[in-house]
Design a protein around this ligand. Structure first.
Ligand code: NAP
Length: 313
């Protein structure tokens, strides 16, 4: 058996296409396009790529996206000032501060940023107000990656109501909101983490297993219920040739990709899981493309809500 692959690239493209008329309607009515402000601190190479893709995707559907760059040496105060300026500027509907912030800013820096962003413009859904609204099942702006997972499962026809969903990971940005969104879809939800005892015995019960662990190929066939759906949220960069050789067979396209680039993005799910699961999100091309699509959806929803128009999704 080989799992059906859930195509996040196609679903992400469909969501972006569906946003075009909403962007056009907003622009015609408001006299300006929905505006997204992205704050990037320092020169973290993966962040540069993520931000470039976000700016390009926003422009493609007709939004105005602006990059506010701060140097690596910027203080937390400088970042909060940039956020406050975006809060005060009515032409911006969405604000995103690209993670991670430079480690020199200290462990509480991200939380301080989330505490400062105007909840009405919080397109990442990370502010305490929006986290609270999500827990009450009335979020307008929910975190993009878990919302993308729900969109993918819905459009792939994977039933969530009544299903046992197990989420590995309890971070504020993925694991916890993922569990809340699955609960909202009427799944029976179990959350696992690093202190969970006998993890495989729990994950093997999952009709839907979401891996948001941040550890390469962590979920192996012994974790998976035969025929279950496995969602791989992980993005891990592997640069060790022996590691790649252990994961992918000789002659596979992934090995060829590694030979060409010298690195490979691998998820939290081991490739052998494809032989056990009924459906699986690939990495790349699964959850990743949905994150940007849902960011744009949140930007449009924020623009509509700020203008006092009812959300149309
Ligand atoms: P994180 O903050 O590091 O959280 C990882 C979670 O995994 C924690 O809750 C941790 O438990 C749990 N964990 C670690 N080791 C474990 C073990 N041995 N057994 C069970 N649970 C374990 O990571 P994150 O920000 O949630 O991200 C998770 C992954 O998703 C990463 O690979 C990240 O790159 C990726 N990601 C992808 C996207 C996307 O667009 N596709 C977006 C965001 C993140 P404790 O809480 O007990 O420490």
């Amino acid at each position: 058996m080989s799992a059906r692959l859930l195509d996040g690239t196609a679903v992400g493209a469909a969501i972006r296409e569906e946003l075009r008329p909403r962007v056009a309607a907003f622009t015609a009515r408001a006299g300006r396009p929905p505006g997204l402000g992205i704050v990037l601190v320092g020169t973290h190479p993966p962040s540069e790529i993520y931000v470039r893709n976000k700016l390009k995707s926003a422009a493609e559907i007709g939004c105005r996206a602006e990059l506010i760059r701060l140097p690596e040496t910027a203080s937390l105060h400088d970042v909060l000032d940039a956020v406050q300026a975006l809060n005060a500027d009515a032409s911006f509907d969405g604000i995103l501060v690209q993670d991670p912030l430079p480690s020199g800013m200290g462990p509480g820096a991200s939380q301080a940023v989330f505490d400062t962003i105007d909840p009405a413009k919080d397109v990442d859904g990370f502010t305490p107000v929006n986290a609270g609204r999500l827990s009450q099942g009335r979020a307008i702006l929910a975190p993009c990656t878990p919302s993308g997972v729900i969109a993918l499962l819905t459009r792939a026809g994977i039933p969530m109501a009544g299903a046992h969903a197990v989420v590995i990971g309890r971070s504020d940005i993925v694991g916890k909101p993922m569990a809340l969104l699955l609960l909202q879809e009427h799944a029976t939800v179990t959350i696992c983490h690093s202190r969970t005892r006998d993890l495989p015995s729990i994950t093997r019960q999952a009709d839907i297993l979401v891996a948001a662990v941040g550890r390469t190929a962590f979920v192996t066939p012994e974790h998976v219920k035969p025929g279950g759906t496995v969602v791989d949220v992980g993005i891990n960069r592997v640069t060790d040739a022996e590691h790649v050789a252990r994961l992918f067979p000789e002659g596979s396209t992934r090995r060829a990709d590694f030979a060409k680039r010298g690195s490979l993005v691998v998820g939290d799910v081991h490739p052998a899981v494809a032989g056990v699961a009924g459906a699986l999100t690939p990495v790349p091309g699964g959850v990743g493309p949905l994150t940007i699509a849902l960011l744009l959806q949140n930007t449009v929803a924020a623009a509509e809500a700020r203008a006092g128009w009812s959300a149309s999704h």
